[in-house]
Write a protein that binds this ligand. Structure first.
Ligand code: UDP
Ligand code: MN
Length: 475
């Protein structure tokens, strides 16, 4: 409704940083823009299309290919066809059944004529000067995938909110061992090495919805994994593949595209079909080598049937891609790799039988408890040889009587614990034990009470020695 009240041609401010507008690009390749959609709101879809038409140099835009992934809403049938009939560069194709975004994009790719392919979601707004910074690095080296900075369009008001990510706070895409993409920032030491703050930055992963890639390179590098359904995982798979097989992934700080973010993703609610896990498992099976154990351990999804990945493994061989360890050492050396752990899994209180958890990966706040759900995820903790109780980048800390999480810091003794033979979690600094009182973990004088005993799976030395030697070399 908010979108329907706003022009599909609305004006946007110029959100670029000073200096972006002055950059001179060499001869740039032309691009096909591929937008797939499933039941998108009409005005939102059309605003996406017009923002491309209105803000792309005519000679760089070959065509816009809309791929309808089996929508059932009426406005996307004859009314959409009638509307785009007036737009010579826009064409519409439809899948014959619900395919999901990977196979829908592949259908668009099979028809595209442009030198470069630019993929967009169906709820975007391209802002001033968005296209040239995406095409520039491809003109220099076609084995390059380039993503813009993604701004937020609020789903309630359609307000365009420029993200705080900028040349000063350069965003990069990263991931955790659950194989979920999230944003990070370029480490200070890498920032210092940059000569020009506006130049594109190497990123370990891309968010996946919005990027440009040379069409022939897309073919050569194995397009997408067509065995992935509906939504999710394809961006991580492509990120690993591009880096491991000789290409590079960049974020162009001068390209800004707005995207409507939803509160929740609707795709995993299909009963019995955990498509995201299936897709991620395919990525893990093909690219993670022995490191896939860290992914599988985080979740108990071994039982999902991920189908056949032999063709993707053959592609990996044909392209002579690096092993995953190369990516860890060279592309994302900051990522915590849980090699050095002595306990792992859920931490269950022996008196109440409930589990320690945190609500979200970014929260710096109290540790809570909840019924054990047995699926790992937010109840999955690791004990490191450095005495941290860790979840990705967050570690448990004794803070007065309270127990909370904060970013891990090796030498912060408030984060140091022992999991003792008597099943107590001993906080070294305060010489106290983690206790459960009113369903909350607290620090208390060690008493030997059952409320201070925690069940946590201990590891044998052998199980936790994956490539310890090469890890040593890397550091
Ligand atoms: N999409 C699709 N078929 C599907 C699921 C998604 O065509 O089965 C489209 C969707 O309309 C959107 C894009 O793929 O244009 C990415 O999906 P979405 O925006 O829901 O993902 P998010 O941005 O929330 O990660
Ligand atoms: Mn989207």
């Amino acid at each position: 409704m908010a979108s329907d009240r706003i022009s599909v041609h609305r004006t946007l401010a110029d959100y670029r940083e000073d200096g972006c507008a002055k950059i001179q690009y060499p001869e740039l390749p032309d691009t096909s823009v591929i937008i797939c959609f499933h039941n998108e709101a009409m005005s939102v879809l059309l605003r996406t299309v017009h923002s491309v038409l209105n803000r792309s140099p005519d000679k760089l835009l070959t065509e816009i290919i809309l791929v309808d992934d089996f929508s059932d809403q009426d406005h996307l049938k004859a009314p959409l066809e009638a509307y785009i009939a007036r737009l010579p560069k826009v064409r519409l194709v439809r899948t014959e059944k619900r395919e999901g975004l990977v196979r829908a994009r592949l259908l668009g790719y099979s028809l595209a004529k442009g030198t470069v392919l630019t993929f967009l979601d169906s709820h975007c707004e391209c802002s001033e000067g968005w296209l040239e910074p995406l095409l520039g690095p491809i003109a220099e080296d076609p084995q390059t995938v380039v993503a813009p900075i993604i701004d937020s369009i609020l789903d309630k008001s359609m307000a365009y909110l420029k993200s705080g990510r900028s040349a000063a706070h350069i965003p990069i895409g990263v991931f955790d061992w659950n194989l979920v993409f999230h944003w990070g920032y370029l480490p200070e030491k890498d920032k210092k090495l940059r000569k020009d703050p506006l130049e594109p930055v190497k990123t370990p992963t891309i968010a996946g919805g919005l990027f440009s890639i040379d069409r022939e390179y897309f073919t050569k590098i194995g397009t997408y994994d067509a065995g992935m359904d509906i939504w999710g995982g394809e961006n991580i798979e492509m990120s690993f593949r591009v880096w491991l097989c000789g290409g590079r992934l960049l974020i162009a700080p001068c390209s800004r595209v707005g995207h409507i973010f939803r509160k929740t993703s609707p795709y995993n609610s299909i009963p019995g079909k955990n498509v995201f896990q299936k897709n991620s498992m395919r990525a893990a099976e093909v690219w993670l080598d022995e490191y896939k154990q860290y992914y599988y351990e985080r979740f108990n999804y071994r039982l999902v049937d991920f189908g056949d990945v032999s063709e993707r493994l053959a592609l990996k061989k044909r392209l002579k891609c690096h092993p995953f360890e190369w990516y860890l050492n060279n592309i994302i050396p900051e990522l915590y790799v849980p090699r050095d752990t002595t306990a792992g899994g859920e931490i269950i209180n022996m008196k109440d039988g409930i589990c320690l958890e945190i609500t979200s990966r970014t929260v710096h706040g109290p540790v809570n408890t909840y019924t054990c759900h047995g699926q790992g995820g937010n109840q999955f903790w690791l004990l490191t040889t450095g005495h941290q109780i860790r979840r990705d980048d967050h570690c448990m800390r004794g803070n007065g009587n309270a127990v909370d999480v904060e970013p891990c810091a090796k030498n912060n003794t408030a984060q140091h614990w022992l999991y003792r033979e008597d099943d107590t979690l001993f906080h070294i600094q305060s010489e106290s034990c983690m206790d459960l009182q009113d369903r909350k973990p607290v620090l208390a004088k060690c008493s030997g009470n059952r409320s201070q005993k925690w069940m946590w799976k201990r590891r044998t030395q052998a199980a936790n020695s994956v490539k310890e030697s090469s890890f040593q070399q890397a550091i």
